[in-house]
Design a protein. Structure first.
Length: 349
């Protein structure tokens, strides 16, 4: 990349503000085509290869660039492992959608948001507010005027969902009932490992929302850790809903999507204001996207295979799953916010 990056940055989404180098206060710009965006499951360090053209630039220089006006991004939020990547890929096939899946820059902002009022924050609260707005504006650039950016956030980015939804923004919120979520996680080695890795941070987040930790991490079985993770992410998104009455939100149980994908995909597209014909919707839900693992499309993973894995997990972990559900009911009885969030998704079915 050359010194012409400033001009390239004003011309659309071809230069992705990829991630922040905090010690140097720089932003990594990576050059991507529309096809690169379409293929990428994650816009984080996993797309960095020797072939990727990229350049570090000072945040201060990037912030001085005047950009054309763009529409506010639309969002897909989720509680994790509930089909958000699949739905994002399907919607990304609509000509008027530029789908960004889990941009690292948004995760950087979320991480800093958690300490922005603490002494160790690299940015002052005022600087965080300014840079938050700048970063969202950078991510809102598309390749042409007819496109609207649709960001599928990482699950823990839900912590800043209230800020992201502050301007009457359109968003889809994907979830699953607890009795489906627990076997979904237990059915996969990678999702179990992720649960162990993130359990401590999720328990800390949940404790902050409830003003008290509902349990000690060392006391929790694997199934309870999964259930606690479900509570954490659900409560985070429910708080975003409560604090943003003007946001245009659609809550959807992923199981309902799988039962009738063509109808539900059309409904989601309509919610976001994008045209999707019946023929195109049918083509998408009967095509290769639905029969491959969305996070690694080279692997087959159909709805039927998913049901087989869930049935196996339910059989192998029946007692632990039952105990974890009873435990969550006890937590809900003690903490009204958990009960309110659980009641909300019951009414949304």
């Amino acid at each position: 990349m050359t010194n012409s990056w400033q001009n390239q940055f004003t011309q659309g989404a071809g230069l992705l503000p990829h991630l922040v180098d905090l010690p140097k206060d720089q932003v990594l710009l990576s050059q991507l085509t529309q096809e690169d965006y379409r293929k990428a499951s994650f816009l984080d360090q996993r797309i960095i290869t020797p072939q990727l053209r990229r350049q570090l630039v000072p945040w201060s220089e990037l912030s001085r660039i005047t950009l054309p006006a763009t529409a506010t991004p639309q969002y897909i939020f989720h509680i994790g492992h509930v089909g958000s990547t699949l739905v994002s890929r399907l919607l990304g096939e609509i000509d008027t959608v530029l789908a960004l899946r889990e941009p690292q820059l948004l995760r950087n902002l979320c991480e800093i948001s958690q300490i922005r009022d603490e002494p160790e924050s690299p940015w002052s609260p005022d600087l965080y507010k300014q840079r938050f707005s700048e970063a969202i504006r950078w991510l809102s650039r598309s390749f042409d005027d007819n496109q609207r950016v649709m960001i599928k956030a990482s699950s823990f980015v839900s912590e800043i969902a209230p800020q992201l939804l502050a301007e009457s923004t359109d968003a889809l919120i994907l979830y699953a009932p607890l009795d489906r979520y627990i076997p979904t996680i237990l059915a996969g080695e990678a999702s179990v490992q992720e649960t162990h890795m993130m359990a401590g941070a999720r328990l800390k987040r949940l404790a902050r929302h409830l003003d008290k930790a509902p349990a000690q991490l060392w006391e929790l079985s694997l199934a309870q850790r999964v259930a606690m993770s479900w509570m954490c992410e659900l409560v985070s998104l429910f708080i975003a809903k409560k604090t943003n009455n003007s946001a245009n939100l659609l809550w959807m149980d992923f199981e309902s999507f799988l039962r009738n994908p063509e109808e539900r995909l059309t409904a989601v597209a309509t919610h976001f204001g994008h045209d999707l014909s019946t023929e195109k919707a049918n083509e998408l839900v009967t095509g290769p996207i639905m029969s491959s693992y969305s996070k690694a499309p080279e692997h087959d993973y159909s709805p039927d295979l998913r049901q087989e894995l869930l049935a196996e997990a339910n059989q192998n972990h029946a007692d632990d799953i039952r105990a974890a559900i009873i435990w969550v009911d006890k937590i809900a009885a003690e903490f009204p916010l958990v009960a309110e969030a659980m009641q909300w998704i019951e009414t949304e079915k």
